[in-house]
Design a protein around this ligand. Structure first.
Ligand SMILES: NC(=O)c1ccc[n+]([C@@H]2O[C@H](COP(=O)([O-])OP(=O)(O)OC[C@H]3O[C@@H](n4cnc5c(N)ncnc54)[C@H](OP(=O)(O)O)[C@@H]3O)[C@@H](O)[C@H]2O)c1
Length: 269
């Protein structure tokens, strides 16, 4: 991947986190090119991290990989502008809900495209991304796409494009579910008289610690939960409340609603 030129169209949050991830992995700044509608912002960003500022049209001619990192609503315009390119780069779209069929139609020709669904922890290098490639993507390109997204966390390939709707419901929207749970725990702690500062500290460290423990343990999360839940103890009381409040059914319903919305948005792209 170190020999490849990687271009980013749209130099916002997602592009910035990927670019920093790639630079941290030792990719040279001169191998990374970015374009954005806001030229002043782009120039400041490019000089701050030592990458090359360009235009979308120039970038697509020189890059081996073009990451489309704009909002879904402007994706069509961005792609259509690239339709008269003379090059054949690999395109990677990070836009939620924009189908491979639409990208292919807008980009014209038979482009190799990887569609992916990252999540916001990518901003701190802890992202989880689901990827799916069209038939034009060979093993080498697939590997390169995986490496680009792995610069900001883990990346996993799904078997069919529709699986990205499930990825959206699980890891794409997932950070918000954990934020909601942490928010609720903080509020409960404050209602019991704990200061906001202490509640935030304890909740954040507990969430991070639980995730790290689960990641490092050979036990399933269910087993880890059972191990903390001593019969007759305090945790058991809380878990009984969650179970009697149908937490699992609620989570099931919530993820299904997110997946259904993702399907609906993909149909309207
Ligand atoms: N942020 C995340 O964690 C996350 C997670 C999953 C998926 N995504 C996907 O990643 C994509 C980018 O999201 P983001 O959060 O990085 O958005 P963002 O911060 O708004 O970045 C998009 C950038 O593209 C620029 N832009 C707009 N129109 C353009 C055009 N025609 N040509 C070139 N650049 C243009 C925007 O400029 P202006 O601000 O001036 O419009 C902005 O700088 C979205 O499709 C989103 O669905 C993001």
């Amino acid at each position: 991947m170190h020999n490849l030129t990687i271009g980013f169209i749209g130099a916002g949050n997602m592009a910035s986190s990927l670019i920093h991830g790639l630079l941290n992995k030792g990719i040279a700044g001169e191998k990374i090119v970015a374009a954005d509608v806001d030229q002043a912002k782009l120039n400041a960003f490019a000089s701050s991290c030592g990458i090359v500022a360009s235009t979308a049209k120039e970038l697509v001619e020189q890059a081996d990989i073009v990451v489309l990192a704009v909002k879904p609503q402007v994706m069509k315009n961005v792609c259509v502008e690239l339709a008269d390119r003379s090059s054949q780069p690999l395109f990677i779209s990070v836009a939620a809900g924009v189908s491979l069929a639409s990208l292919r139609e807008w980009l014209g020709g038979s482009p190799a495209i990887v569609r992916c669904m990252p999540n916001t922890p990518a901003l701190v290098g802890k992202g989880a991304t689901g990827l799916f490639a069209n038939d034009e993507v060979n093993a080498t390109l697939r590997d390169a796409a995986g490496q680009v997204l792995s610069a900001v966390g883990i990346s996993v390939w799904v078997d069919q494009e529709s699986d990205l709707d499930t990825v959206t419901a699980v890891s794409g929207s997932g950070p918000a579910y954990f934020f909601l749970f942490m928010e609720a725990m903080q509020e409960a702690a404050q209602k019991m008289g704990m200061s906001e500062e202490l509640a935030r500290l304890l909740v954040l460290q507990t969430a991070a610690g639980a995730a790290e423990l689960a990641a490092q343990s050979d036990d399933s999360v269910a087993e880890l939960r059972r191990k903390v839940t001593s019969p007759g103890g305090t945790t058991e009381q809380a878990i009984l409340q969650f179970e009697s409040g149908e937490l699992r059914a609620l989570v099931n319903k919530a993820l299904k609603a997110a997946r259904d919305k993702s399907v609906e948005l993909s149909k309207n792209d």
